[in-house]
Design a protein around this ligand. Sequence first.
Ligand SMILES: [Zn+2]
Ligand SMILES: [Zn+2]
Length: 309
Amino acid sequence: MASTVRLVFFGTGGSWPSPERNVMSIGLQVDSEVLLFDCGEGTQRQMMHTNMSFMKIKRIFITHYHGDHFLGIAGLIQTMALNERKEPLEIYGPPRTVDILTRYLSVGYYSTTFPIRLYELEGGESIDFGDYTISTLRVAHPVPTLAYAFKEKDIPRIDKKKADYYRLDSKTLEKLRKEGSIIHHGKEIRIEDVMGGIRKGRKIVYSGDTAPLKDMVKFSRDADILIHEATVDSSLEEKANQYGHSSARQAAEIAREASVRELILVHISPRYKNASVIEKEARSIFPRSRVVRDLEEIIVKVRKSQDSS
Ligand SMILES: [Zn+2]
Ligand SMILES: [Zn+2]
């Protein structure tokens, strides 16, 4: 289980950048690794205003190929190359990722100093990255669009009294946690012998652009954080739904049904100089809702332990 999981919002606006909000991009740091969800134009400069390094980005997950979600990739890659990055960069996205990004990344004369690996995902996939998985859901938008769920793996919680009984130090415990059983002073000890429940892994869901979707409830069930788009307030809901977007009211209903711990609203339309109407509307349905500002950071804490029964 990671010791640090934190989110930084580089852009929280929809459609085009405004003085109040840059277009979509969210950084998720898992210990020393950074995952980037969407990369609207200007993302790299937004990152430079924070302490999340663009050089640490290991994987980028693009929800869809509308400009406000991916046009920052070329500039970001150029800067990485000028800083002599050597590590491969993985970019994941919906169908046509390879075609669209291959063409998009062949403009101009710059060349890269590191391999770029492109992967196409369908809805309903789950990729295992070791300590966490990333799952996808096809959402309701006019072009192929994916929502992503980050889920850290559950790990056994150690009961200190039981561990002390077997005289296990922290290094031995870690080995036991990884391997399930060990031989200690000639005696077999199994993880069950020292377990005191489960530490539940953290779950974070990002909706991408979408009209309200029933499947999102199941997909984000019990998430620690649901980051859902709320392009408009409910007075503009009908038109927004036609274009594949949600209102704050609709996002809040999904959060409530899915019993998430917190709802974060993003992709706010540039028409709102002040997003308090969006936040207020969501809170009237799901009180643990808020609109985040650009460059805001959230540390995602581990939940309280649960019994192993
Ligand atoms: Zn958008
Ligand atoms: Zn879109």
